[in-house]
Design a protein around this ligand. Structure first.
Ligand SMILES: NC(=O)c1ccc[n+]([C@@H]2O[C@H](COP(=O)([O-])OP(=O)(O)OC[C@H]3O[C@@H](n4cnc5c(N)ncnc54)[C@H](O)[C@@H]3O)[C@@H](O)[C@H]2O)c1
Length: 336
């Protein structure tokens, strides 16, 4: 059993944004070509506690190096009050010959990077109405910081960032992190949501809002909204928009905005494409620039697998990680 800590994973991923983007795109294409197996995520919740949750994402991803495994990711929003990340995660990768667990990985960075790479890929496949050099980020936590790490790789002219968070100090913290780690970005903190939204035709939303609060109908035509947190945009605004999702069966669950929109109108016709279709069929990218486009990626376990197998291969090449030889039962004697 190979065990990779947070530090091992970070060391392996540093500077590998392009490889991660490619791995995420390949995973979407494999999924679109039915080379994957992706049961529904399971949400564990607790009695009298609507806030916290732990989600299991089992998956199989085929292709040249088939991989199976599971991500187990918790969301405890109050953690940020204590200087801890909201989300924490671990992954197990299994052998496809024996089913045995082969690797155990700390997965918070894998999860953030695959999410950000997926959003960046959608931004590349669905260019905004204007050749914008700016992005607005709503919610200034781990995920939007990762999005800012990835977007310049697909939009090389992007240098201006408008940041908004209901807690101004979080937006200020994001600005400071960018100054230290992504100095090519000029981050300005917006004082309110309408000002932030009006700045750019590309917006990334990654808040911890539990109920929709945001009307995108007044945004400039052609605006692209990366709706990563899934529950911010009002259902009626979803219905009015052109919508792209990652997987139809997955995203119409768990009280996401698209799920609530479906419950209102009784159909899913407001979704025009999946990210996998966009990646495999370039003609699908002719989007309706007279409307706002909302991308709602549920977050697929195959993306975690795609990045985790990159990490395990690179860790092996660099001799990183702890190998535990006696983790599994030894071979039964009668079988030699
Ligand atoms: N779709 C996916 O694949 C995927 C993957 C990972 C995380 N997520 C989601 O992304 C979201 C962000 O994750 P994170 O780790 O960055 O969280 P985080 O807790 O680090 O940051 C969230 C930030 O949003 C702010 N916020 C809350 N309500 C707001 C509002 N109405 N307007 C502006 N800001 C607001 C909070 O103050 C906080 O700073 C979570 O909802 C998480 O579930 C989605």
């Amino acid at each position: 059993m190979l065990i990779l800590t947070h530090g091992d994973v970070e060391a392996v991923l540093r500077g590998q944004e392009r490889d991660v983007l490619q791995a995420v795109q390949d995973a979407y294409v494999a999924h679109a070509n039915a080379e994957s197996s992706l049961p529904h995520s399971v949400f564990l919740r607790f009695p009298d506690d609507q806030r916290n949750r732990i989600i299991a994402l089992p998956a199989y991803l085929g292709g040249a190096r088939p991989t199976a495994g599971i991500k187990w990711i918790s969301s405890f929003p109050a953690n940020i009050e204590h200087g801890l990340q909201r989300a924490s995660a671990a992954m197990i990768l299994n052998s496809l010959d024996t089913g045995h667990p082969l690797a155990f990985l700390e997965a918070s960075t894998i999860s953030a990077w695959r999410t950000a790479a997926s959003a960046a890929l959608a931004a590349r496949l669905l260019p905004a109405a204007t050749d914008s050099n700016g992005v607005t980020v709503i919610g200034c936590g781990v995920i939007n910081f990762a999005v800012l790490r990835f977007l310049p790789h697909v939009l090389p002219g992007l240098t201006q960032v408008t940041a908004y968070d209901t807690r101004a100090e979080r937006a200020e913290l994001l600005r400071e992190r960018c100054a230290a780690q992504l100095p090519e970005l000029d981050v300005r903190v917006a004082r309110d949501l309408p000002t932030a939204l009006a700045k750019n035709t590309l917006t990334s939303i990654a808040t911890n809002a539990q109920h929709p609060h945001l009307d995108t109908r007044g945004l400039r035509p052609g605006t692209l909204v990366l709706h990563i947190s899934l529950r911010d945009v009002l259902p009626e605004a979803v219905v009015a928009a052109d919508n792209v999702v990652d997987d139809i069966d997955h995203v119409f669950r768990a009280a996401t905005s698209v799920h609530l929109a479906e419950q209102r109108v009784g159909h899913r016709e407001f979704v025009s494409a999946t990210i996998g279709e966009l990646a495999t069929r370039p003609d699908v990218t002719d989007r309706d620039l007279s409307r706002v486009t909302v991308v709602s990626p549920f977050g697929l376990g195959i993306l975690d697998l795609a990045v985790a197998r990159l990490v395990v291969a690179a860790a092996g090449a660099h001799g990183l990680g702890l190998t535990v030889d006696n983790f599994l039962p030894t071979r039964e004697k009668s079988h030699g």
